[in-house]
Ligand binder design. Structure first.
Ligand code: HEM
Length: 108
């Protein structure tokens, strides 16, 4: 849905200080987000995650749309001890939009 992706680009401004997505994406304060949906939690090689995310990844937890929505609504509650200093997104619409944007920007 192109309108949702466009809305998501605006929402992603809140993430851009720390995250990149796209063909040239690098790890910065946070890990790159290419192909996020379907990735194992804490799955980017070379990024130093919190213990909370690291152990979820070791348990095989996957970033589904549902898990991502839960996390983005309240990062610090979903992963207690997370290194992500971000209060979260207020609305389900913003979460759906930013998720669509991340998927659309990810290389095939
Ligand atoms: C981790 C998304 C905003 C810093 C993550 C992860 C996701 C994510 C999905 C886990 C990635 C993985 O498992 O590989 C987002 C989105 C944001 C946002 C969509 C905006 C809505 C921010 C901001 C910062 C930040 C503003 C910095 C102030 C981090 C850090 C981690 C992380 C440091 C690693 C967390 C840990 O190891 O516990 N983010 N993020 N993020 N993010 Fe964000």
């Amino acid at each position: 849905d192109p309108a949702l992706v466009e809305e998501g680009a605006k929402v992603f401004r809140k993430c851009q200080a720390c995250h990149q997505v796209g063909p040239d994406a690098q790890n910065r304060v946070g890990p790159e987000l290419n192909g996020l949906i379907g990735r194992t939690v804490a799955g980017v090689d070379g990024f130093s995650y919190s213990g909370a995310m690291q152990s979820a990844g070791e348990d095989g937890v996957i970033w589904t749309e549902e898990h991502l929505a839960e996390f983005l609504a309240n990062p610090r509650e979903t992963y207690q001890g997370t290194k992500m200093s971000f209060a979260g997104l207020r609305s389900e619409d913003e979460i759906a939009a930013v998720t669509a944007y991340i998927q659309s920007e990810s290389p095939e």
